[in-house]
Write a protein that binds this ligand. Structure first.
Ligand code: ADP
Ligand code: MG
Length: 242
């Protein structure tokens, strides 16, 4: 059983405070959705949790099973069991997805051939064409292909907690289904905990949230059950003050 705990988190960029005191918890097997309008700080939260470059933390903590993550380099957070599917996945010329996965799992003593097999099996499950596996990571891929790639990496790396930043943006209906169903299955089968950031409740029809939080201007302004996502779909964010 794992637990990601964000407490009193204040963070920003170049002295500009973006997160103004965020508290939330994600546990194994749980899907916690964070919804909010553009510019409310959702991607900042995702990046600060994972230690993305350029962000400053002013106060608070982010712990995984009681271990402070703030201050650790991103790769150590990943090794500890964290995963981030980025809103805009990075293109990495010269490194294939297969190579990246082999390198990521080598410290666990996993043989390259075993990882390659796993990658090939997951590619079929999330609908990534085999030809893409040997190509440079995310280079010249469509938005949908990049998001399927992120999902493949999540499945292969098997983290404890995954943060998904708008994994549904730019996806057609088929890709949305493939991605959300795969993540939901991992959640149920091996107890992955998910912090899923999205604008739209359509993603949450397949990837069922246990908790929904609403973010506005760098704060969580409401928390509830799955019904909150449906409510937001019809009312929007106007009813939530900052
Ligand atoms: P969301 O993901 O909810 O749309 P973001 O976290 O991307 O929101 O952005 C929140 C606010 O912080 C926005 O006003 C945005 O312009 C600002 N911001 C985010 N990243 C940076 C950055 N690197 N430099 C300056 N401002 C930023
Ligand atoms: Mg964002």
């Amino acid at each position: 059983m794992s637990e990601l705990r964000v407490a009193g988190l204040r963070a920003g960029v170049d002295g500009k405070e973006i997160l103004r005191g965020v508290d939330l918890v994600v546990t194994s097997g749980q899907v916690h959705a964070v919804m909010g309008p553009n510019g409310s700080g959702k991607s900042t939260l995702a990046n600060v949790i994972m230690g993305g470059p350029g962000y400053e933390v002013y106060e608070g903590s982010v712990t995984l099973d009681g271990v402070e993550l703030l201050g650790l380099p991103t790769w150590e957070r990943a090794q500890a069991g964290m995963f981030l599917a980025m809103q805009y996945p990075t293109e990495v010329p010269g490194v294939s997805l297969a190579d990246a996965m082999a390198a990521a799992l080598a410290p666990q003593g996993r043989a390259p051939a075993e990882v390659a097999e796993l990658v090939a099996a997951e590619a079929v499950r999330v609908g990534v064409s085999t030809a893409l596996l040997a190509r440079p990571l995310n280079v010249d891929l469509s938005g949908g292909e990049k998001k399927r790639n992120e999902t493949l990496q999540l499945a292969v790396l098997a983290p404890k907690i995954a943060v998904l930043d708008e994994i549904d943006s730019g996806l057609d209906v088929d890709a949305l289904k493939a991605v959300s169903q795969r993540v939901e299955l991992i959640t149920n089968e091996v107890g992955l905990g998910v912090l899923v950031i999205t604008h739209y409740s359509r993603l949450l029809r397949e990837l069922r949230p246990d908790v929904v939080s609403v973010m506005r201007q760098g704060r969580i302004v409401a928390t509830g059950g799955p019904e909150l996502a449906e409510e937001l779909e019809s009312t929007g964010y106007a009813g939530y003050s900052d």
